[in-house]
Design a protein around this ligand. Structure first.
Ligand code: G6P
Length: 608
């Protein structure tokens, strides 16, 4: 959510900063700005709209200078206007600040600064930072930033430049990521490695309450209390190709089509065919700890929550431990009862989602044990959990999550196996599940071959203003995710219901204008789901079944059928999800929507 990039070195900063912003556009894209230290001091350019619009408004001869910062925004305080775009300057125009996060006490600070004679030009919380630094400035920029941050409550990742110190950027972090990229006589700074990987693989993450002064030749870090800190550079685990769309029209399509490989990576080295279990070294739990667990609670937001619902079902089925999932965004606010024998599992692709992180903190503050199922290695959720399972799905750039969803389901299946095999799950049953997991990547590949058929369906139904998605038990989370995908990127109104609930309300809205997508695995509840289909057909509602082989007569009972391969019943959500990802994608493309940057949304929601 929002993207920051900074450069200090010998090259012209503007093109580098703009290229970096494009890499971060997936995190926020309602306004953008750039500040570069030129001959006459800081030159600031800002524009509402996409980065392309900012580029179009820059002076023809460019903004020359070798030190600069830039920002792409997802509005929280104040509409996405030119004035509210970052960076924000102080009264003198010497200091410019770009910020991710929220300054909670900005209203009080703004009133104090206004009373002291400062003039504000925007409605943002961020602008107080520029004026606070100005007020604290006494010749030392880092000291002024440190001083300013003492008065601030809230979260921030910030970068600051000052025309009086053209050789440096000061950066600081509290709750919002800041990463320094180490180049050859040049340095980069950003909120996300995606902006840096083209230039360097050597990076350093700032920790919370840490501040850095970055110059072309190096950087030094210290705490906000002025204690020097030592940092060791890490190497970015993915090459820059992982952050590129390649030949694909959209990141979302790339990420959908990548799933055979991402699933393989999630499983790699973790399946134990001999004992019918999973190796999960990062859990930091021995067999006795696993045995002590009496309940599992999965926490996540958006698609991560829906994946958690499917995962909870897997855990109940394989391990026979009560398991459920809850939106992390609600959990944190309801003073939850934390139990010693409950295992809390936070699911997050980014590992940055503020609500999920807050839920982890709530669990741990009250003495609970939290594991993370996280994609981004070293992210805040991963760091704050007691252990966890990395997805290894590679960077997910599209706002609509796809490969992280399927990798999460695989991680929960591995966890379920592990918990099951120290309990009543027999070796034979465990081995069957392990073998089925091993076949998943190839089966995902087979499902993806249905793309043309799904595209035809998307075109057939795209003009309908509303759609239902239904499924029973473990097919219900798949329905929820299918509806979520469709509404997120195509803006078609979509609602998911347990199929059993249809007749308790939503049936009132079923008509020839409302297609229903039925997630229909071949399991014990198949016949019952057919009854729901009959109820819809009796109201002349079109029905599309996403199903598995086994019922030759199904095409006579529904309007359209997409078939995915058989697997162990507990794993079927993984395969049933993929046609619905394709459906949302193809519908959005057919409707001419901006697939990777849907309106009002952002990839990683790092604020409340
Ligand atoms: C945002 C995104 C969703 C995502 C959710 C959780 O709302 O738009 O696509 O599922 O955050 O993100 P996380 O990174 O925690 O999985």
């Amino acid at each position: 959510m929002c993207g920051i990039v900074g450069y200090v070195g010998r090259q012209d900063a503007t093109p580098l900063l703009l290229a970096g912003l494009h890499r971060l556009e997936y995190r926020g894209y309602d306004s953008a700005g750039i500040a570069v230290i030129g001959r006459g001091g800081v030159k600031l350019h800002k524009s509402s709209g996409r980065i392309a619009r900012l580029e179009a408004t820059l002076p023809k001869r460019g903004v020359r200078g070798t030190t600069g910062i830039a920002h792409t925004r997802w509005a929280t305080h104040g509409e996405p206007t030119d004035a509210n775009a970052h960076p924000h300057a102080d009264c003198s125009g010497e200091i410019a600040v770009a910020h991710n996060g929220i300054i909670e006490n900005f209203a009080a600070l703004r009133a104090e600064l206004t009373a002291a004679g400062h003039t504000f030009r925007s409605e943002t919380d961020t602008e107080v930072l520029a004026h606070l630094i100005e007020a604290a400035y006494d010749g030392d920029l880092q000291q002024a930033v440190r001083e300013a941050l003492r008065s601030v409550q809230g979260t921030y990742g910030i970068v600051v430049i000052d025309g009086r110190h053209p050789d440096r950027i000061v950066a600081a972090r509290n709750g919002s990521p800041v990463v320094i990229g180490i180049g050859d006589k040049e340095m980069f700074v950003a909120s996300d490695v995606a902006a840096l990987v083209r230039h360097t693989q050597q990076i350093v993450y700032l920790d919370d309450r840490e501040i850095a002064t970055i110059e072309a030749g190096g950087f030094r870090t210290s705490t906000l209390d002025d204690e020097p800190t030592q940092k060791s550079p890490a190497t970015v685990p993915w090459g820059f190709e992982a952050y590129d769309r390649g030949e694909h029209a959209h990141f979302m399509l790339k990420e959908i089509l990548e799933q055979p490989e991402t699933c393989e990576r999630t499983l790699k080295g973790r399946l134990d065919a001999q004992f019918g279990t999973a190796h999960l070294g990062g859990l930091n739990l021995g067999a006795r700890d696993l045995l002590d667990i009496r309940r599992v609670k999965i926490l996540g937001c958006g698609s991560a929550y829906y994946a958690g619902l499917a995962g909870a079902h897997m855990i109940e089925m394989l391990a026979r431990i009560p398991a459920d999932a809850e939106p992390a965004s609600e959990f944190r606010y309801r003073n939850p009862v934390i139990e010693r024998e409950t295992l809390y599992v936070a699911v997050s692709q980014s590992g940055e989602t503020a609500d999920t992180l807050a839920a982890v903190r709530e669990v741990r503050r009250k003495g609970g044990r939290a594991l993370g199922i996280v994609n981004t290695v070293g992210s805040q959720v991963a760091r704050e959990c007691d252990g966890g399972i990395y997805m290894h799905a590679g960077p997910e750039i599209a706002v609509a999550s796809t490969k992280a969803f399927t990798s999460t389901l695989l991680c929960t299946a591995l966890l379920a196996l592990n918990l099951g095999r120290v309990r009543d799950l027999s070796a034979a049953d465990g081995k069957r599940v392990v073998a089925a997991l091993g076949r998943i990547p190839e089966q995902v590949r087979a499902v993806l071959r249905e793309r043309e058929r799904v595209r035809a369906l998307a075109v057939k139904y795209m003009q309908h203003a509303s759609a239902f998605f239904i499924g029973r038990t473990h097919a219900y989370p798949v329905a929820l995710e299918g509806a979520q995908k469709l509404k997120e990127i195509s803006y078609v109104h979509a609602e998911a219901y347990p199929a059993s609930e249809l007749k308790h309300g939503p049936l009132a809205l079923v008509s020839p204008d409302t297609p229903t997508y039925v997630v229909l695995p071949q399991d014990d509840l198949y016949e019952k789901s057919l009854s729901s289909i009959e109820e819809i057909r009796a109201r002349r509602g079109p029905v599309v079944a996403i199903t598995q082989p086994g019922d030759e007569s199904l095409p006579t009972k529904v309007d359209d059928v997409i078939v995915v391969p058989h697997t162990e019943p507990v794993l079927s959500p993984i395969l049933l999800t993929i046609p619905l990802q394709l459906l949302a994608y193809e519908t959005a493309v057919a409707l001419g929507r901006d697939v990777d940057q849907p309106r009002n949304l952002a990839k990683s929601v790092t604020v409340e």
